[in-house]
Write a new protein. Structure first.
Length: 376
């Protein structure tokens, strides 16, 4: 009898240890995401396509091209062309278009500013999501991580770090390509504080510690380190993407022009981030349900902000409040993806602070706890 009691106690102790490890493991995922600074891209379905005139045939071609540009942004890469035939998109493009107009825009892709006639097109978000889900292509939502870009370039004057105000063509090229691929970019000021905290050789060598330390003054979710240099009429470079202090991607890149090099780089960066944040909206998506409990919700505005944010997240199919207490609100979320994806997206809201709650073994990952930090 005593032996049976010891066995039962051992089993209970083992289950308690396993539960503690699972809780700590999931909490580590939340804390690793940090207090982030996502950017909600409002114009992800808006594009400007250069045209030579307003001829109907050219307009139809521009509408098709614009639809392809939006597809690149929403998918986070051009790989959708391997799944969805371009002929299908050409057929769907007029239906996806909601409105258009003509106007002039100053475009600088890295070869200098040019004033061009453009077709300004706005496409249907729901239409694109339906099309992508039909072909099981993951969708990268509007809330995207802010990428802090540290760039070092080699030229006639040696090596230098390029900041927000630099006139180098690489700055314009990277900004243009970031906008094209839907990656929110932030460049450092490169003022006295930046210049004294980070030297060019550390950035050129991709030494993470001084770069991470210099980045603390900026609101960001990830860091992109770049070194670039011209060689024999071409441009070469290397980039590394870091999230939460960890390297998640690194690649070399080469192209005939600085614009082409920047575009190759930003497509790869977008692909790396989309792998982390894009969600499959298809019929066979995971469909899990998760309860999210948020404390310190003391007024209706906070409640409304939280609910609105959750309903906008790509992994969330449906979000409804199921309990409202004095300062606690509990939401039931039906997901398109996995609970881990939800945690990563919630981490992009800096006012939601992850907490350790009283979850049972069955609830780990299915019941999340946060505290609302209020206006920031």
């Amino acid at each position: 009898m005593r032996e049976d009691g010891l066995k039962q106690a051992s089993r209970l102790l083992f289950r308690a240890i396993v539960l503690k490890r699972r809780i700590l493991s999931f909490l580590s995922l939340l804390l690793l995401c940090g207090y982030a600074h996502a950017v909600a891209i409002s114009d992800i379905y808006d594009v400007e396509v250069p045209v030579s005139g307003q001829d109907p045939k050219e307009r139809a071609e521009a509408v098709e091209k614009g639809a392809g540009m939006v597809m690149d942004r929403v998918a986070g890469n051009s790989g959708w062309r391997n799944v969805l035939d371009t002929a299908v998109l050409a057929e769907q493009a007029p239906r996806l278009l909601e409105e258009y107009s003509y106007g002039y825009a100053v475009v600088d892709s890295g070869s200098g500013p040019r004033r061009l006639l453009v077709l300004k097109a706005h496409y249907s978000a729901q239409g694109f999501e339906n099309l992508l889900s039909q072909y099981k292509v993951p969708v990268w939502g509007r809330n995207r991580p802010q990428v802090l870009v540290w760039m070092a370039v080699e030229g006639d004057r040696g090596r230098e770090i390029l900041g927000e105000g630099a006139s180098h063509h690489l700055v314009a090229a990277v900004k243009y390509s970031g906008q094209r691929w839907g990656v929110p970019l932030l460049l450092p000021l490169m003022d006295l504080q930046d210049a004294s905290s980070l030297n060019t050789s550390d950035l050129w060598g991709f030494f993470a510690e001084p770069v991470e330390a210099s980045s603390t003054r900026y609101s960001h979710d990830s860091i992109l380190m770049v070194r670039a240099y011209p060689r024999s009429g071409r441009w070469s470079g290397l980039w590394q993407l870091r999230v939460s202090g960890q390297k998640i991607a690194e690649e070399s890149v080469e192209a005939d022009t600085v614009s082409a090099m920047a575009d190759k780089m930003m497509e790869s960066v977008a692909l790396s981030l989309a792998h982390k944040y894009a969600v499959n909206l298809g019929a066979d998506a995971q469909g899990d349900e998760v309860t999210v409990e948020v404390s310190n919700v003391t007024d209706f505005r906070a409640y409304a902000d939280i609910l609105k944010y959750m309903r906008q997240l790509a992994p969330v199919k449906k979000a409804e409040p199921v309990y409202v207490g004095e300062d606690i609100v509990r939401f039931q979320l039906k997901l398109n993806g996995y609970p881990e994806q939800l945690a990563e997206h919630l981490a992009l809201q800096p006012r939601l602070r992850p907490e350790l709650g009283p979850s049972t073994q069955e609830e780990v990952g299915r019941r999340l706890y946060y505290s609302w930090a209020g206006d920031r």
